[in-house]
Design a protein around this ligand. Structure first.
Ligand code: HEM
Ligand SMILES: *[C@@H]1O[C@H](CO)[C@@H](O)[C@H](O)[C@H]1NC(C)=O
Length: 492
């Protein structure tokens, strides 16, 4: 090649890049959307939880336009603000918003190809196949397993708690939900209650506590195709090997010995063998990825919910007593037995949990990606296909115009009457629409069991080691208390 051409090529390339950059940084102003603008200086403060950073943006822009235009580095993101727009995104115009746009890499990181990350028809087919796994009928079948894990938890507490014992509850609750999900999704006795360093618990901790690589995360989020080309993966290889091996051993054992346990793994294996309603069978990697997502999506969300609930109850003995009375009354009606039916009658416990999920939504942001060009209703703004959308759940749940006196913990917000007074999309800790959390009932049930079991036998108050107020750790995306939860526990 004639070297004289080189400068021309370089100039053309630079012109193209400059043009791309220009359209990128004027993305929102070109569409008349109020926006923060790109500022490479205005970097996010990584000591503040992202829920709070987005809350600030929400209030800065609320009332101007249905969305606010923000940039993550140079990637434009539509922050949905208006509740009517949420309804469109979640439900009415779901056909434009069926993907989350989160990164996954099926080839190099098979466990990442799970229901939460999958897109388009792949997601739709899998969701259809998996949904029957989460019906109330299946829940009822798994209920005794949940109660068995609850019993181990209760035994542990009885053994540890004397008078005025101080305990760190966040880890204990995570051990309880690890045991529940380990049993239900993998059919494995994890024993994390008896052994704090049980392997499943260690792996769970590792998944949520491993420091993130921000550069890698940004590449995956801004240029997923490029990231796949590079073979970038989100899951730590050691963690991934552990789960794949566990699933392989479990599947081999069950298939060889024809063992059935009435749990998620049974249902997944049936789908792999193709003996469910004539649909395409799932591959081994596909069922491993689903078992994995049940685990990571299922234990930490529910355990932090219970953690925050106990924190609030330790600060308000009246609400705690009312919760305890609810448990006792229902159990008295059911011969003292924590049956499936009894759990569903504990309305005030649900009010406590729902108020906890309002004040501390474990997943503080929801994600969607625009699938085809979408005109925001009643505006001239068109969001082109590929645009990221984020929904600031935490900010909405703390908006005083939606929930008066938002920092006050008040289960009375969840009486039928109060719920009716609110916009139906004001409270969405599980998301909404066809992509709503598939494990909602399961998560609520294990949280109900844990809380009922604890309130029945123990009293929780602040102790010497307690921290008030508790702040969020900025290290984890899931809302989780910075220093764990130390409380004084007394046997009743
Ligand atoms: C209190 C407990 C839980 C909370 C707060 C929670 C929250 C969420 C949220 C916010 C989403 C995204 C919804 C959306 O984008 O609209 C989600 C999705 C999901 N959750 Fe949960 N979750 C909980 C428990 C569970 C449990 C116990 C499981 C499994 C056993 C589970 C499995 C999943 C899965 C597989 C998805 C992806 C669904 C899809 O994209 O089709 N979650 N969850
Ligand atoms: C709490 O939230 C769950 C999940 O949306 C709902 O099914 C239940 O009716 C709510 N209960 C109360 C008391 O608010």
């Amino acid at each position: 090649m004639d070297l004289a051409v080189l400068p021309v090529v370089v100039i053309l390339l630079l012109t193209y890049l400059a043009y791309r950059l220009k359209t990128q940084i004027t993305f929102w102003s070109d569409r008349n959307v109020p926006s923060t603008g790109v500022s490479l200086r205005q970097k996010r403060d990584y000591n503040v939880h992202i829920a709070r950073s987005f809350q600030k943006l929400y209030h800065q822009f609320k009332g101007q336009f249905p969305i606010a235009g923000i940039y993550l580095y140079i990637k434009p993101v539509a922050l949905a603000i208006d509740l009517e727009l949420l309804k469109c995104i979640f439900v009415k115009d779901f056909q434009y918003f069926h993907d989350r746009g989160t990164y996954y890499n099926e080839k190099d990181d098979p466990l990442s190809a799970h229901l939460f990350n999958l897109q388009g028809t792949k997601w739709r087919n899998l969701r259809m196949k998996i949904s029957p796994t989460f019906t109330s009928g299946k829940m009822k079948i798994m209920f005794p397993t949940m109660i068995a894990a609850g019993k181990q938890f209760g035994d542990y507490m009885n053994e540890k708690v004397g008078k005025g014992t101080e305990l760190e509850l966040k880890d204990l609750l995570a051990r309880f939900t690890t045991d529940v999900i380990g049993m239900c999704a993998f059919g494995i006795e994890c024993n994390s209650m008896k052994d704090p360093n049980a392997q499943f618990r260690q792996m769970g901790r590792r998944h949520f506590e491993l420091p993130r690589n921000r550069l890698k995360d940004s590449v995956c989020s801004i240029a997923p195709r490029f990231a796949r080309l590079l073979g970038l993966r989100q899951n730590d290889p050691e963690l991934s090997d552990f789960f794949i091996n566990v699933v392989r051993e479990t599947v081999d054992y069950r298939v060889k010995n024809n063992v059935h346990r009435n749990d998620f793994m049974d249902l997944l294996i049936a789908m792999m063998k193709g003996d469910t309603s004539g649909q395409d069978p799932l591959t081994f990697n596909e069922i491993a990825a689903q078992a994995f997502v049940f685990f990571v999506a299922g234990f930490e969300t529910s355990s932090t919910t219970m953690t925050w609930a106990l924190y609030e109850l330790s600060l308000d003995q009246d609400v705690q007593e009312k919760g305890r009375k609810c448990v006792q009354e229902v159990l008295d009606k059911h011969n003292g037995e924590m049956s499936y039916e009894a759990m569903l009658e504990m309305t005030y416990i649900d009010q406590i949990l729902n108020e906890t999920l309002r004040k501390y939504p474990p997943v503080p942001l929801h994600f969607r990606a625009v699938g085809k060009d979408y005109q925001i209703p009643d505006t001239n703004t068109v969001l082109p296909a590929g645009t990221s959308v984020m929904i600031p759940v935490y900010a909405i749940h703390h908006d005083p115009e939606i929930f008066a006196d938002p920092e006050k913990f008040d289960p009375e917000r969840f009486t039928e009457e109060e719920i009716r007074k609110r916009h139906p999309y004001a409270w969405t800790p599980f998301g909404e629409g066809p992509r709503i959390c598939i494990g909602m009932r399961f998560g609520m049930m294990q949280a109900r069991i844990g809380l009922a079991l604890l309130l029945r036998s123990f009293q929780f108050t602040s102790g010497e080691k307690s921290t008030v107020p508790l702040d969020f750790t900025a290290k984890s995306f899931i809302l989780s208390p910075e220093q764990g939860l130390w409380l004084r526990v007394d046997k009743l």
